[in-house]
Write a protein that binds this ligand. Sequence first.
Ligand code: OSB
Ligand code: MG
Length: 371
Amino acid sequence: MNFRIDSVVLHHVRMRLKAPFETSFGVELDRDCVILEVRSEGLTGWGECVAGSFPGYSYETTDTAWHILKDFLIPAVFEAPLASPADLTTRYGAYKGHPLARAGLELALWDLQGLASRRSLADILGVDRQSVPVGVSVGIQPTAAVLLDTVQAYVDQGYPRVKLKIKPGRDIEEVTLVQGAFPWLPLQVDANSAYSLDQAPVFEEMDELGLLLIEQPLGEDDLLDHSLLQARLRTPLCLDESIQSLRHARQALEIDACRVINIKQARVGGLTEAIAVHDLCLAHGVPVWCGGMLETGVGRAANLALAGLPGFQLPGDVSASDRYYAQDIAEPAFHLAQDGTIEIPTGPGLGINVLKDELAAVTLRKEVLRM
Ligand code: OSB
Ligand code: MG
């Protein structure tokens, strides 16, 4: 199949989160992202670039992604028709980095491919599940009481696993508190790279708590130190920020830097690379799960399809739409079912319908780029 891309509309959107989301790298009240509307021969594919307003999780921001998309990646797709989303890798040629920008554009091409062939993304990926188990990621809370209330509310909604964000000074005590209040609740933690190897004793203490996993305790470029830390723990380490490519995944597994991988299609530069990381982990018997970036309904639809692949053996950070936003920019909204799962969309492509009025209402800036 050949896609001639006629135009791309970039939308810089800012969505108010239902509650501030605090991690070791900062607090977000609003979620900024770039929504991509890609037109090809009468069809419109949608993508989402999850780069946020500040370089906290990644060096990319909404503005750097806008620049890279507008001045390099989009001109490259205008050059000649593309045979498939995977074709982008060669089309981008020698351009370095900026995986979040790449992934946003790639996603719109997957949507287009699905629309053109009248197949859902899940179907194209070969997914045979109808729904996926999910959990919820809980930000650092202002007080212990608020933390317990927040977790209680998610437990009441039916989330079967909770991830707690931690940072130095806000770790063991809070995890122990939650575990004491909900002893049956599967828990995991995410440090977003806030520690260094000389703080290993914190994790040795945490090792006694029987957590599902410890996510990204050390720096993004500290693969070796993660391996040294993993050797001192029974709890599996899980890497997020450190795994930006298939090569990183292979090297991490080779040196036992982690025993679980959080897969985010955005972080590895798109679904094609995400699937490659998944396949590698499946072949090595290493469990993966689908991470999240507080996506709108556009990115969330893709995460649900991806999380249907067989290697996704742990609940994902793909929570229901109402965990994030009072009003999303796409329908249908995704709901948490009684069994702690969310259904994978079945419509063609991403299986969503972008709500033009809702999108316009949260758009700060919009630009149309033509071939
Ligand atoms: O580290 O997994 C992370 C959100 C934004 C940036 C980084 C992370 C997160 C989350 C939230 O943990 C996951 C979600 O519910 O989308
Ligand atoms: Mg993480």
